[in-house]
Design a protein around this ligand. Structure first.
Ligand SMILES: [Zn+2]
Length: 546
């Protein structure tokens, strides 16, 4: 990196941070913003289509729309005459949509006799690459990709966190983060932007790890300094691995006692660890609220946290588009969430999955001004229940009437807030491991299960047919291969022993099929499968289980 590039980067970051993130917004401003966005959903969709699709000749969506015979004028007419959701439903039927695999560029897109080849990068917001940003007022001007990233934190992440705090009656309560993300600042800045910078920031990743890159570390320092200049105290990240929840719990109990209540943003598995520790300490978590994100909040995990006296709400997001689900203040299910309708349009799409009848796959269109990825009818690998109801909580009053519950993933395997795609592991399980350690393609299987302590575990099953193997070497090889294919995650799994080798026959589906991986969601559909799997996940005594 040259000195000039470096200096420019600092200058841009400092300007973006000062302009966007370190100017706190009031809740009234957030409410006004959501009302404006809700009133202008149709116009925002058309403006985005005009800019990102019809105004960008390389857009993959432009090709799909062209193939379906839909010009911009047609789109405009459809939206005006029928409304947004019915328009997107017609587009889907006309072949204008993407499956998750297609969106990731893993498979070609075949529609009505034509084949398209898109890469994942083709869906990146072209105006981020071109260095264009959107200011709060909506006018476009020159900027840097990083500053747009920060703009997105302010526009989407912090706004939705603000709504979450209002729904759960947490506005003004002290915040704590215990986050797995390697994106260093997202959570901390998002809370600072809504005038509620975290009191402590416990980081599950070591921010001094050289693999994180120098800019991440510098950004962290730069932000802290800038904030201090404005009288905002941003806490430095404190490396706190997932299996050492003691300092986090101590802080929560102390804050609760001194300030009358507090909340923490963390993963559901980490919440369960804190609840279990509170139990061992003989402490109640009354007055503590968990905002749980980054993995599904299952009924079992929610019950554990509530039994300890705490409240818990679910936050649903994904890297390509930001926060899409905000906890409901009158939840009817553990993960009852409002769809962030001001920024997304969701079409539930019934689709068959393996041997399971049909599931409600989420097909999302992003309305955010500067999303990291342009999304038009994209299946994002998640499914769940979608209902429209009036709940009477503060988000209901803003018109966010669409609720999501029981959100799970088709192919993403999650443990302790870190995610890998099962599809990324197929070749490792079916080819690499059998070649090196013996056996056949169906002798290895990756399972995502919730163990008896409600922690999400990943099990690497190795069939006894393979014969004697060095389990440690199998695990190391698997992790090395996954690391080579994905950028993050595995560090923490080792830390928490999230992933473990178990010698037993791979689990078959009810109809006897052996799949290379099973998500927890799939396991739930298996006849008598869950209990069996939970028992599997229990730590086995020393020596090889039979
Ligand atoms: Zn609600």
């Amino acid at each position: 990196m040259t000195v000039i590039a470096d200096t420019l980067w600092y200058a841009r970051m400092a300007a973006a941070l000062a302009r966007v993130v370190l100017r706190p917004v009031s809740y009234e401003e957030t409410v006004a913003m959501v009302r404006r966005r809700m009133a202008a959903r149709d116009q925002r969709f058309l403006a985005l289509a005009a800019l990102h699709i019809y105004g960008y000749s390389q857009s993959p969506y432009l090709q799909l729309l062209g193939h379906a015979g839909c010009e911009y004028g047609d789109l405009e007419t459809l939206v005006r005459q029928r409304g947004l959701e019915p328009t997107l439903e017609s587009l889907r039927r006309a072949g204008v949509y993407l499956s998750y695999e297609e969106f990731k560029g893993k498979v070609p897109v075949v529609r009505n006799g034509r084949t398209f080849h898109f890469s994942e990068q083709d869906f990146a917001n072209p105006f981020l690459r071109a260095g264009v940003e959107t200011r709060t007022g909506g006018t476009r001007s020159r900027g840097s990709p990083v500053s747009v990233g920060l703009q997105f934190v302010a526009e989407s992440m912090s706004l939705n966190f603000h709504l979450a705090l209002a729904a759960l009656n947490l506005l003004g309560q002290p915040a704590v983060l215990w986050s797995p993300g390697v994106s260093l600042l997202g959570g901390s800045l998002a809370f600072a932007h809504i005038g509620n910078p975290p009191v402590r920031w416990f980081a599950m990743h070591d921010h001094n790890d050289p693999s994180l890159g120098p800019r991440s570390r510098r950004l962290s320092r730069l932000t802290t300094l800038l904030a201090r200049g404005r009288g905002i105290r941003l806490p430095p990240p404190e490396f706190t691995p997932v299996d050492t929840p003691e300092p986090v719990l101590a802080e929560l109990l102390s804050l609760r006692d001194r300030r009358g209540g507090c909340f923490i943003f963390t993963s559901p598995s980490a919440a369960v660890r804190l609840a279990a520790l509170a139990d061992r300490w003989g402490a109640t978590l009354r007055g503590v609220t968990f905002l749980a994100g980054m993995e599904p909040l299952t009924p079992g995990k929610a019950a554990d946290v509530q039994r300890a006296g705490a409240r818990v709400g679910s936050v649903y997001g994904f890297t390509e588009g930001g926060v899409a689900g905000i906890p409901c203040g009158g939840a009817q299910a553990p993960d009852d969430m409002h769809l962030a309708m001001q920024d997304f349009v969701l079409i539930p799409h019934r689709r068959p999955f393996g041997e399971i009848e049909e599931l409600n796959a989420f097909m999302l269109t992003s309305l955010a001004a500067m999303p990291p990825k342009v999304m038009l009818n994209v299946e994002i690998d998640d499914f769940g229940e979608v209902t429209t109801r009036r709940c009477g909580c503060p988000l209901d009053a803003l018109g966010l009437h669409q609720h999501l519950t029981s959100v799970r993933s088709f192919t993403k395997l999650t443990g302790e807030g870190s995610t890998i795609l099962g599809t990324d592991c197929v070749r490792i399980l079916e080819e690499v491991l059998p070649r090196e350690f013996g056996g056949r393609s169906i002798d290895y299987q990756l399972l995502e299960v919730e163990d008896e302590q409600r922690l999400t575990r990943l099990l690497l099953l190795v069939s006894p047919d393979v014969g004697p193997v060095d389990e440690r070497r199998v695990l190391e090889r698997f992790i090395a291969e996954v690391r080579a294919r994905t950028s993050q995650g595995m560090r923490m799994w080792r830390q928490a022993e999230t992933i473990r080798v178990v010698r037993r026959e791979p689990v078959a589906t009810p109809r006897g099929k052996i799949l290379p991986f099973h998500t927890q969601a799939l396991a739930a559909f298996m006849v008598g499968g869950s209990a069996d799997l939970a028992a599997l996940a229990a730590p086995h005594p020393a020596g090889r289980p039979t």
